[in-house]
Design a protein around this ligand. Sequence first.
Ligand code: KIV
Length: 269
Amino acid sequence: MTAERKPWTVPMLAEAKQAGRKLAMLTAYDAGFARAMDAAGIDLVLVGDSLGMVVQGRTSTLPVTVDDIAYHTACVARGLSTALLVADLPFQADASPQRALDAATRFLQAGAVMAKLEGAGHKLEVIRHLVEREVPVCAHLGLTPQSVLRFGGFKVQGRDEAAAERLRREAREVQEAGASLLVLEGVPSPLAADITGALGIPTIGIGAGPHCDGQVLVLHDMLGLDSGHRRPRFVKDFLAEGGSVEGAFRAYAEAVRSGSFPDDAHSYR
Ligand code: KIV
């Protein structure tokens, strides 16, 4: 018999950090995969705008719409009973506080518990606006895919000291603005470790080394599917290890919780 698990809530995330309990997060876009993730003990599920690349076959996340995320959030929500569901604000849906609130309200009404948005700067006002209106927020810093045009590609961020210092500052700012969770993508491990140690909210790494409070991977990547894009260094095929889809999710959750993923071969220095 399997022990009953309590559904994740927002306050439980900070408690997990204090207890040193690592968080395993994956992206999902439909009810079937969401159900398998829930059964395998995945803690958080993200309906990411990565769906533009892995589901819709586009070259970036920029064309993804609020309708797309709302549709997939409703599908994923039907598959979950314990994992906490996060939905991504797509490109420009967070360009103003009111637009962000309108979109995030749709996502929460579709079953999400938290809205994720990329960046700091003028987004700090958006974070405050959402949090003051009862929308829990997950921030996202580092290699933010919606900045691909400015970055000139999907490139690791925070490599020089000025850029690292800016990321440290932005991480403090998103926490102060009220974010409950922070995704750190594509940053050197020592910098992610510094940021994780300085914050009270959990950090979730993707290409950010082993010292974050949790990890996230894109579903298609961790199942070893070729989505037609260059495979980043931090991606690991857990299907090969787990032997089945649910086995892959279990192997990933165990590897995140034990700290064996990501290792040096799947991190940047
Ligand atoms: O869109 C997405 O899937 C994401 C994750 C890669 C963090 O933002």
